[in-house]
Design a protein around this ligand. Sequence first.
Ligand code: GAR
Length: 194
Amino acid sequence: MQKLIGAKKINIAVFISGNGSNFKILVLDSFKKKSKYEIKLVISNKATAKGLVYARKFKIKKKIINYMNKKNAEKNILVELKKNNIDLICLAGFMKVLSKTLIQKFKGKIINIHPSLLPKYKGLNTHQRAINNREKYSGCTVHYVNSRLDSGKIILQKKVRILKTDTSSKLAKRILKQEHILYPKALKKVLISL
Ligand code: GAR
């Protein structure tokens, strides 16, 4: 991809699978006066993803991508990204793993938020695993996406204390609050470097 220059706003696609609270936060941040980006498109692999309500609410174009066949799904994704002149992809609770081919096509232009202090607790079930291991802290990480799961270069992290009384869902809630602060901050950092 070409280097992105000038005053033109960066076009972003957000990928979701569920509640979309991070998607909502990014949209609200993009509405701020000095924002350097615009959320042009939201992609979901699930038609029932709750987060799609924000697409309607904020008039963001949405696309549901059927993942029955991953190759076809990614072909369709690439068509949409091109059609909407997307410069950068933000994964926000997108529960599918992107192929090497797609990642290569958007090299350095895909970021993800993950609910742990990477490199600890890659993958799923992060909160329960951190509690089971009696960690003092967990947190969240925004990182670049490379071909290895949750292993790309870290952009920003935020620590969250694990309390004795924590359950996986209590901890998830407190971490999610921090995600909502961290993701727009990390995105700004990325945009400066583009
Ligand atoms: C967030 O906690 C995000 O970090 C996590 O899913 C949640 C999505 O919440 N992502 C992953 O676990 C990716 N491996 P949201 O749909 O309300 O933004």
